[in-house]
Design a protein around this ligand. Structure first.
Ligand SMILES: O=C(O)CCC(=O)C(=O)O
Length: 303
């Protein structure tokens, strides 16, 4: 075994066959993911939004970018980046189709150009109190988004405008094997090149793998892990929906209002000592989960 077990199935549906009622009943409420083909083609953006179009319409703006090589942002939840760049230059960079870890993360292009809402507003299946919060994600070839759960535990509909993206989803029941860093929603393990000797817990995980083609969308339910890889220059648009359960809403609130600010403060105060403690704690937690799993399997087998 040198890769994760990504053999779990996912429903694949055509956008025109999925009603809002069915989406809420079959996917949002039970917190099940779904791959929706052609969702973005139901609105003008599906045909209109291309890399060239954005360059022409918005290339003059200054935007913030994140760099996957920035080690400090790996150690805590990256909510801020000091790196700024001209949007047109960024689009040129990713258009070269050479590997890059420079990403635009959670950018509100709608704020820079409100007319974009006429091209792609919140799809009716996702309508709710967060409908106006559409965020964009851009990246270039081989750009990885490390594995994480969304901090506020909302459900996310990620639509692919142009480009292709590999998405891996891991159900919440495997969180105990995910080497999740305390006070955070990401893992310390590299799931793309899993080292099963260093991180034996990863052997217990099962997930789903899918490729988002232009126009497709994937619903990533509350509490599900995901890690994405840009196969080429691509733009994703995310709309969110509050978690369907009180417990997940509260988990999201606790993470955003308490854990992440506390983590950042401790990182500022203690730097690497704090990060090392988090790593050791994450490893110990998985070791405990493996021991329990093995004991349960043994009891089951012996019974
Ligand atoms: O695909 C991306 O760049 C990131 C999307 C993502 O992780 C999210 O919406 O939570």
């Amino acid at each position: 075994m040198d890769q994760l077990d990504l053999s779990l199935p996912i429903d694949v549906v055509q956008a025109e066959d999925l009603t809002r009622e069915e989406f809420v009943r079959k996917y949002h409420k039970p917190m099940r993911p779904v791959h929706i083909k052609g969702l973005m083609f139901q609105q003008p953006a599906g045909k209109k939004w291309t890399l060239e179009w954005f360059k022409k319409e918005m290339g003059h703006h200054q935007i913030t970018v994140f760099d996957n090589e920035d080690k400090n942002s790996i150690k805590t939840t990256a909510t801020f980046s000091p790196y700024k760049m001209n949007f047109g230059d960024y689009l040129d960079l990713i258009a070269k189709n050479e590997p890059t870890g420079i990403r635009m993360f959670r950018v509100n292009l709608y704020k820079l150009k409100p007319e974009l809402r006429k091209d792609y507003s919140c799809p009716p299946i996702m309508k709710g109190i967060m409908s106006r919060h559409g965020f964009m994600f851009l990246g270039g070839k081989d750009g990885d988004v490390r594995a994480h759960i969304d901090v506020d535990h909302s459900g996310v509909l990620l639509s692919q405008s142009f480009g292709q993206k590999r998405v891996v989803l891991i159900p919440p029941e495997y969180s105990k094997f995910m080497y999740q860093l305390p006070l955070n929603t990401h893992t310390m393990a590299d799931l793309k090149n899993p080292d099963f000797n260093k991180y034996p817990g990863l052997k217990y995980i099962k997930g789903i793998e899918l490729i988002l083609e232009p126009g497709d969308a994937v619903y990533m339910p509350s509490g599900w892990w995901h890690y994405n890889t840009y196969l080429n220059a691509g733009l994703g648009v995310a709309y969110r929906k509050l978690a369907p359960t009180l417990i997940n809403k509260l988990k999201g609130l606790r993470m955003v209002a308490l854990y992440i600010p506390l983590d950042k403060t401790l990182f500022r105060l203690f730097g690497d000592r704090w990060y090392k403690w988090k790593e050791r704690t994450a490893v110990k937690r998985v070791e405990r989960a493996i021991a329990q799993e093995e004991a349960a399997g043994y009891a089951h087998g012996a019974g």
